[in-house]
Write a protein that binds this ligand. Structure first.
Ligand SMILES: *Cc1c(COP(=O)(O)O)cnc(C)c1O
Length: 340
């Protein structure tokens, strides 16, 4: 089986399991798990933030950030493909009582001018109070697209001018940094809060960390408890995150090379209309008229290759640490032999 549905499908490696097995643990709700504390402190220091909060999922870290930054009736600015809106069960509305305003974008990336134009007049009582901006880097629906840090710095200035919080959904921020070469401290600087996933390309079985200043994380800890995300001897899981930071960051480039190879091969197939530019580990492609994505996925599944449907006529492949060069070449041969 060549499973290219998501970078979440990878299993913990033997060395990661060993690190988990050996982890010193305690009750993290009491703040006494040394491994969780080490992971939170390490990521906070890396990104230049004061504190961190370990959570079961990236959905929870994002939703806690929205909850802490906003009050009911406020508005969150982003774009229509953003994970916090599209793939988190309506959480912005259900958990925080906020509305959402979309700005025009290019594969999930937008300009500081677009943000400024979307901010409501704070003196006008007819309209919602604009309160936070969400940036997703890399952008999942955008096919792993990377943001230009200079545009983010411009957006930060707009946020400061209008008193808006700036949140980074950094589920795959390490994929972005593997390409653009900026450091975690550079990416950390413009944001009031950051969600970092350990269970995507980094290969941990569970877990995300929310970063921010100390008062923000103190309140986030309360909201985590309220959302039911306070875990006890969570150090067994956090140990996988620490292991991933030590051993799985450098290898992200291999995933990117494999995704590029897949993208090049797809572009030459007679039944493929277009492939979004491959910047990181995600490959999104569109089928020619008349070929249904469900049909292609069925043919692939019969040949032990798995992918995800990504909208009408569109399919997503994601490379990760359980897919090697040989499997990529095999998948390409299978794709070339299909006549969907
Ligand atoms: C996966 C993902 C998340 C978090 O997802 P969980 O499955 O809840 O950990 C958040 N944002 C983006 C862009 C993602 O791809």
């Amino acid at each position: 089986m060549i499973d290219l549905r998501s970078d979440t499908v990878a299993h913990p490696t033997p060395a990661m399991r060993e690190a988990m097995f050996r982890a010193p643990v305690g009750d993290d709700v009491f703040g006494e798990d040394p491994t969780v504390n080490a992971l939170e402190e390490r990521l906070a220091a890396l990104f230049g933030h004061e504190a961190g909060l370990y959570c079961p999922s990236g959905t929870m870290t994002n939703q806690i950030a929205v909850r802490v930054h906003t009050r009911p009736g406020d508005e969150v600015i982003g774009e229509d493909g953003m994970h916090i809106y599209r793939y988190e069960g309506g959480g912005i509305m259900a958990n925080s009582g906020c509305s959402v305003k979309f700005v025009p974008n290019d594969r999930g990336r937008y300009t500081a001018g677009a943000v400024e134009a979307a901010i409501n007049n704070a003196a006008d009582s007819y309209v919602a109070r604009s309160r936070m901006v969400n940036i997703e880097n890399t952008h999942n629906r955008g096919g792993g697209a990377i943001w230009d840090i200079n545009e983010v710095l411009q957006i930060k200035q707009v946020c400061q001018k209008h008193g808006l919080a700036l949140h980074l959904d950094g589920a795959r921020i390490f994929n972005a940094m593997a390409v653009d070469g900026y450091t975690p401290a550079q990416w950390g600087a413009p944001f009031d809060s950051i969600s970092v996933c350990l269970s995507k390309g980094l290969g941990a079985p569970v877990g995300s960390v929310l970063l921010g200043n100390s008062p923000f994380i103190r309140e986030a800890r309360r909201v985590r408890k309220r959302f039911g995300g306070g875990m006890r001897q969570a150090g067994y899981l956090a140990a996988a995150g620490l292991h991933a930071l030590d051993h799985h960051v450098g290898r992200l480039r291999d995933d990117h090379d494999r995704a590029k190879r897949l993208g090049q091969a797809l572009a030459e197939l007679p039944y493929v209309a277009s492939v979004a530019p491959v910047e990181t580990n995600i490959v999104v492609f569109t089928l020619k008229n008349g070929v249904r994505e469900s049909h292609l996925l069925e043919l692939l599944r019969e040949r032990q290759v798995r992918a995800l449907p990504f909208g009408a006529g569109t399919v997503r492949f994601v490379t990760h640490l359980e897919v090697n060069d040989e499997q990529i070449e095999n998948a390409i041969t299978i794709l070339q032999d299909l006549r969907p």
